[in-house]
Ligand binder design. Structure first.
Ligand code: SF4
Ligand code: SF4
Length: 345
C-alpha cells in the first residue's frame, strides 16, 4: 500500500500513545538502571526516551522471546497452552529492525508457519523512528535496510523537531493512526522540505559501506580458505554476544523443565557458535572445532540466508561490532576477508 503521510505534533504524542495503550501493551525505549536504553512495558508515558541513540537493543525478543514457555503438562494428563498472545504496540523501533523482522517473517512464516511467532507478529504494531544520526558502526544505509524505509513499516516517524512526519504503511498502522485522525493533520510543503532535510542528513552521516554481496561472491569463488576462518575464530571465546544482539539470529532449542508435578516445555534462544549446539545422540559433536562454527555463522548470513530466503542475514545494525570484544563482527570480518582473499589473487 502507498504510505499515507501526516503530521503529528509532539504535544499530541503522549495522548496518542495513551489511547493505544488502552488496547495494547505499550513497549517503548526507557532508561535502564544505568544509563542504557531498554525496551520495556511503559507505565509512565513521560518516561519514554525520545532523544535516542542510533543503536538500540533489538526488539526481536517481543516477537521471538529469549525464554518462551510453550505449554505445561500436568500429571492429570491435562495440557495447558502457555502461548503469550499479548497485543502490543512497540514505539521507537529502528528501521533496520523493521527490515530484520520482514526477513524473520520469511524464516518463521514461509512454508511451515510457527504459530507462536505468527500470532505475536499479527498482534504487534511497530512504530519506528527514522534514525537521524547514524553511529560509526552502522552500515544499513549502504544495504538499503535503513535508516529510512520506503515500505515494510506499520508507522514510520521522522523527527522534525516540534513534530513528527508520519508515514502509515500497513493496515495495522492505518488502524493505529486513523482512529485518532483528529490528532494528525496533512503535511504542508514546509513539512516535506524538513523531512527531506532529515533524510539527506541521515544519508550524509551514514558513510560506512560494507558489501555483503561482494563478500558472498568471494566466498563462493573459493578464495576464502579455512585458514581464514581459523585465524578469525582463534580469538572467539564463545560469549554469544554477537548472536544474542543480532536481530536476525534465529537459533533456538526446546527443552522440558520439571517443577514438582508439572512439566513445562520452553523454547530458548541458542547460538550456533556454541560447541554443543549440534550435539548428536551419543555425544558426537559435528562442529567440534571452533573455526567450523564461526564459518557457519558467516555462511549462514552470507550464503544460506540469501539462498533460502532471498535476503542477507544482516541488516547492518552494527550491534555485533559493539558486542564483540575481539572484533569478530560482520563489518570487520568482511573487511579482513577482502584483504585476505584479494591477496590470494
Ligand atoms: S550480523 Fe551484526 S551488523 Fe549484521 S544484523 Fe547481525 S548484529 Fe547487525
Ligand atoms: S561476540 Fe565475538 S567473542 Fe563473543 S561469541 Fe561472538 S564472535 Fe565470539
Amino acid at each position: 500500500m502507498k504510505p499515507t503521510e501526516l503530521i503529528l505534533y509532539k504535544d499530541h504524542l503522549s495522548y496518542w500513545l495513551r489511547q493505544l495503550r488502552k488496547e495494547r501493551e505499550l513497549i517503548g525505549p526507557l532508561r535502564g538502571e544505568e544509563t542504557d536504553i531498554v525496551f520495556k512495558s511503559v507505565e509512565n508515558i513521560h518516561d519514554i526516551v525520545l532523544d535516542l541513540p542510533a543503536i538500540l537493543p533489538t526488539v526481536k525478543e517481543f516477537l521471538f522471546p529469549q525464554y518462551e514457555p510453550m505449554f505445561k503438562y500436568l500429571m492429570t494428563d491435562e495440557v495447558v497452552d502457555l502461548r503469550d498472545n499479548t497485543k502490543r504496540v512497540i514505539f521507537g523501533v529502528r528501521s533496520c529492525d523493521v527490515t530484520a523482522l520482514t526477513l524473520l517473517d520469511k524464516f518463521f512464516l514461509d512454508g511451515y508457519k510457527d504459530p507462536f511467532y505468527e500470532e505475536r507478529r499479527n498482534e504487534t504494531v511497530l512504530i519506528s523512528i527514522v534514525c537521524g544520526r547514524p553511529e560509526p558502526e552502522c552500515f544499513c544505509a549502504g544495504l538499503n535496510t535503513g535508516p529510512y524505509l520506503e515500505k515494510g513499516f506499520d508507522v514510520q516517524l521522522t523527527d522534525l523537531g516540534d513534530r513528527f512526519f508520519v508515514q502509515v504503511g500497513s493496515p495495522k498502522g492505518h488502524s493505529a493512526v486513523m482512529r485518532f485522525s483528529f490528532l494528525f493533520r496533512k503535511p504542508y510543503k514546509a513539512d516535506y522540505e524538513d523531512q527531506y532535510e532529515v533524510f539527506l542528513s541521515s544519508k550524509a552521516t551514514s558513510q560506512k559501506r560494507i558489501s555483503l554481496e561482494g563478500a558472498r561472491q568471494l566466498i563462493l569463488s573459493g578464495k576464502v580458505k579455512d585458514d581464514f576462518w581459523r585465524m578469525i575464530s582463534d580469538k572467539c571465546f564463545e560469549c554469544g554476544g554477537c548472536v544474542y544482539q543480532c536481530p536476525l539470529c534465529t537459533c533456538f532449542t526446546v527443552t522440558d523443565r520439571v517443577f514438582g508435578d508439572i512439566i513445562e516445555r520452553v523454547r530458548l534462544w541458542d547460538a550456533c557458535l556454541f560447541k554443543g549446539f549440534t550435539r548428536l545422540a551419543g555425544g558426537i559433536l559435528p562442529n567440534e572445532e571452533r573455526y567450523l562454527r564461526t564459518k557457519r555463522w558467516f555462511y549462514h548470513k552470507l550464503i544460506y540466508y540469501p539462498d533460502a530466503l532471498n535476503g542477507f542475514g544482516c541488516v547492518g545494525c552494527g550491534r555485533c561490532t559493539i558486542a564483540c570484544p575481539t572484533k569478530i563482527d560482520m563489518a570487520s570480518v568482511i573487511t579482513r576477508l577482502k584483504v585476505t582473499a584479494g591477496s590470494e589473487g
